[in-house]
Design a binder for this molecule. Structure first.
Ligand SMILES: Nc1ncnc2c1ncn2[C@@H]1O[C@H](COP(=O)(O)OP(=O)(O)OP(=O)(O)O)[C@@H](O)[C@H]1O
Length: 312
């Protein structure tokens, strides 16, 4: 397993307004991974990113980036990070190349046009290097923001809702860009409201609610652990009621024509064979069977609504 590149310990943030935006968040982010942070509006995701990037002061706790404390050694910590903000904020009259050069200069890095050329080429922006940013499409503008964030060669890239409000084709294009960056060894932390995006891209998923990190888990484990399957059994004839020995496991639909059964995907025995045998024994004829796996969306909602506090 890779060593952590970001270490967050007992991070607390209380804004002057009194809002407790982060409440004792501890988390290690490993070099080279894609971590997706999920949480409803106001959960504390942007606050967490802003503290790591040195834009907001924490009220308590510590964060180290590449071993550098973000407060005592902020310059070294900040240099390792690139941030792609939620809002597109580009000077409309500046050209692509000059705005990327400018971003690099902000970090006090010496000019390195060969690197910037390689960066713009990898983001399919080299042909547009002399275009003013106002002449670019929405997708190109987002790629310029990524190029700006990567101009000083950071090892960690934060993407705050990278595909908010963009169409499906553009979202897929962004996913490819992010995968490509990961392949180059950049550690990526993204926030998103699109669970499909987290499901598609993340190695690990962190769920934040009310300033608390409810859990952080590899995506596959999360889907396996909380994943349930739902079996629908369609009947040949409507059933008036279920025998008592079946009613604790099955739910009869209002029209009497189907039965629902939830089971755990991790269980060694799903109980389906037994169930079908029991139906058969009672002379209940089955027309069809279908299964549906719970999506990350179902899992997320059950975590956030169920208040799984303290699992992190
Ligand atoms: N500058 C600020 N001053 C006071 N309160 C703030 C400030 N910034 C954020 N908050 C509050 O802190 C809480 C966390 O906000 P934050 O923006 O971190 O959430 P988020 O998870 O990023 O939300 P969203 O998904 O809507 O972007 C919210 O209650 C918000 O109103």
């Amino acid at each position: 397993m890779s060593p952590p590149i970001i270490q967050i310990e007992h991070l607390v943030k209380r804004y002057d307004s009194g809002t407790a935006a982060l409440d004792d968040v501890s988390l290690e982010i490993r070099e080279g991974e894609i971590l997706a942070l999920l949480g409803p509006n106001g959960a504390g995701k942007t606050t967490l990113i802003s503290i790591i990037c040195g834009l907001v002061r924490p009220s308590g706790g510590a964060v180290r980036v590449g071993g550098h404390d973000i407060q005592r050694d902020w310059r070294a910590a900040r240099r390792m990070i690139g941030l792609v903000p939620q809002e597109i904020a580009l000077d409309p009259f500046e050209t692509v190349l000059s705005c990327v050069r400018f971003s690099r200069g902000l970090y006090g890095e010496p000019p390195d046009d060969p690197y910037l050329e390689q960066l713009l080429r990898s983001l399919a922006l080299w042909d547009k290097r002399d275009a003013r940013t106002r002449e670019l499409s929405g997708g190109m503008k987002r790629r310029v923001l990524i190029a700006k964030a990567l101009a000083h060669r950071p090892r960690v890239l934060f993407l705050d809702e990278p595909t908010a409000g963009v169409d499906v084709a553009l979202r897929r294009e962004m996913w490819l860009v992010v995968r490509d960056l990961r392949a180059q060894g950049v550690t990526i932390i993204l926030t998103t409201h699109y669970l499909e995006e987290a499901e598609e891209m993340a190695d690990r998923i962190g769920v934040i609610n009310h300033g608390r990190l409810l859990l952080v888990q590899p995506k596959s484990e999360l889907m396996g652990e909380f994943g349930k399957k739902h079996l629908t059994i369609t009947l040949q004839e409507p059933l008036a009621e279920l025998a008592p020995e079946l009613s604790d496991r099955l739910v009869l639909a209002a029209d009497g024509l189907s039965l629902g059964y939830d089971y755990d995907t991790r269980a060694e025995r799903t109980g389906i064979a037994q169930l079908l045998a029991a139906l058969n024994a009672q002379g209940i004829a089955v027309r069809d069977i279908s299964t549906k796996e719970s999506s990350l969306e179902d899992i997320f909602l059950s975590l956030v609504e169920g208040g799984q506090e303290g699992r992190a």
